[in-house]
Design a protein around this ligand. Structure first.
Ligand code: IPM
Ligand code: MG
Length: 358
């Protein structure tokens, strides 16, 4: 059956890196028999400029109808002064919550060829392979009440609420253990149970879910320690499962261990395997339109989409192997260039990955 993929370029370098994804998918269709139908839509600042909303109804309807979504990036200085509900980020958060994409998988792998590009010593990071499983539709990002209000004493106070239901913790814990079963079977749950009751519950629930996975090992870590351990001895981790906000922060740390945030894909999944796939890097407005963006995170996101939503592990491997091949060939975009190999632009990198498929 032909599956539907919705491409949302978004802002900044989003459209440029998505163009490489589109080129790759069209190649997989024509030469490798991939059956998908591509559609495009507006999201983020680009959608606001055109329609007045960062997540137009039409985009949301198409996203609901699609089997998978590829998203570039949203945001940029042009929209920073807008009221909260019009900002590009609301488009992204709206998609996550409206589609129920509660499980965010953020792998951080250091390719041997790029160990020198990391800010840590090469031996600390070479061979690193961590998977951060971030809860994505709950916690302080969505909890009520929220906002800025006036107090009786005539000053303003800002409020956000950290709240998790048991069922929300259970389902993300199951995701983490299922993912761990395909890896080294070790899960580290990260919380702040020494201070926050909500994450004390998190710890309890993850511990009871672990009883159903006696083949996996569970450990717990406070988030401050986890941040330190990630830069001290990152290879101790296999799967890290954590809340929405802790996952936001820890996944950026993990990203930098790999040398460049330009290398990292992500998947955000619902309970039926439908997913939205995004590079972890942002919209990088400073380099937008200059053919400097690294498209590899996006092409690796296509690989994750093939694996998790389109059920084609073989093509998924083919794409991720092609990325490794171009790195071995010495091709580098500027973010991962360290005086060795050949510095290439976005387009050329995209073409090289396609050429390396065969
Ligand atoms: C991310 C981003 C988003 C988040 C922003 C753009 C809303 O930082 O995907 O990590 O905080 O989740
Ligand atoms: Mg983030």
């Amino acid at each position: 059956m032909t599956k539907k993929v919705l491409i949302l370029g978004g802002d900044g370098i989003g459209p440029e890196v998505m163009a490489q994804a589109e080129k790759l998918i069209n190649h997989l269709k024509s030469d490798l028999d991939l059956r998908v139908e591509l559609e495009t839509g507006l999201v983020g600042g680009a959608a606001y400029d055109e329609t007045g909303s960062p997540l137009p109804n039409e985009t949301l309807a198409r996203a609901k109808d699609a089997d998978a979504i590829l998203l570039g990036a949203v945001g940029g200085p042009a929209w920073e002064q807008l009221p909260f509900d019009k900002r590009p980020e609301r488009g992204l958060l709206g998609l996550r919550s409206e589609l129920g994409l509660f499980a965010n998988l953020r792998p951080a792998m250091t390719y041997a060829e790029l160990a020198d590009a990391s800010s840590l010593k090469p031996d600390l990071v070479s061979g690193l392979d961590v998977m951060i499983v971030r809860e994505l539709t709950g916690g302080i990002y969505f909890g009520q009440p929220r906002g800025v209000r006036n107090t009786k004493d005539g000053e303003r106070e800002g409020v956000n609420t950290l709240v998790y239901k048991e069922s929300e913790i259970e389902r993300i814990a199951h995701t983490a253990f299922e993912v761990a079963r395909k890896r080294s079977r070790r899960v580290c749950s990260v919380d702040k149970a020494n201070v926050l009751e909500c994450t004390e519950l998190w710890r309890d629930v993850v511990t009871s879910v672990a009883n159903q996975y006696s083949d996996c090992e569970l450990s717990h870590m406070y988030v401050d320690n986890a941040a330190m351990q990630l830069v001290r001895e990152p290879k101790q981790f296999d799967v890290v499962v954590t809340t929405n906000m802790f996952g936001d922060i820890l996944s950026d740390i993990a990203a930098m261990l790999t040398g460049s945030i330009g290398m990292l894909p992500s998947a955000s999944l619902d309970s039926d395997g439908k997913g939205m796939y995004e590079p972890v890097h942002g919209s990088a407005p400073d380099i937008a339109g200059s053919d400097k963006a690294n498209p590899l995170a996006t092409l690796l996101s296509v690989s994750m989409m093939l694996r998790y939503s389109l059920g084609d592990a073989e093509l998924a491997d083919l794409v991720s192997n092609a990325v490794e091949t171009v790195l071995k060939q010495g091709l580098r975009t500027v973010d991962i260039f360290r005086n060795e190999g050949q510095c290439v632009g976005t387009e050329q990198m995209g073409d090289a990955v396609i050429a390396a498929l065969t």
